[in-house]
Design a protein around this ligand. Sequence first.
Ligand code: GDP
Ligand code: MG
Length: 180
Amino acid sequence: MQKSHKERLYKVLVIGDLGVGKTSIIKRYVQQSFSGNYRATIGVDFALKVLSWGGETVRLQLWDIAGQERFGNMTRVYYREAVGAFIVFDVTRRATFEAVTKWKEDLDSKLTLSNGRRVSTVLLANKCDHGCELQSHDAARMEQFCRDSGFVGWFRTSAKDNININEAANCLVKHIIASE
Ligand code: GDP
Ligand code: MG
């Protein structure tokens, strides 16, 4: 008998402070493009990425924040039914890293999976094309931070130079599937 092809659709949130590169990361991942022109997102935005995953089709519905990040939290309605998240900070701006904990707490307080587990969340240290040397984000400390804060992993990324975005997404998908 032929194995039927399963289809999986996952809602994935991309959160973090204003200007850290959320929209740029989504664009890079989905459209393979980058624009240096700053344009704040207005309105709710979705982007769909279709992946082939071990013979199955995985659809990632990426939810971009639409300017509400200036308030530092989102509504339950926005988070509803998400199964994964990226929390993004900008390696060149310390305050955006400090905000990561606040975003993680907001997410965990408003959303749990139907099986009671927390949603898989990957931390992205973005703009590493000009900030990777920052000592404050050295690997050992970041790994400890991830364990303490409940992130399944972290990556230095660059939407500009296309660094580690596919890797981070694959890590997230792997954990989403494992926690189903
Ligand atoms: P958002 O507010 O989190 O959605 O951030 P945007 O995606 O709008 O990006 C804010 C600014 O940072 C824009 O000017 C982007 O061009 C820039 N930017 C985003 N990602 C990167 C990156 O990886 N490297 C560099 N150098 N700039 C980036
Ligand atoms: Mg944006």
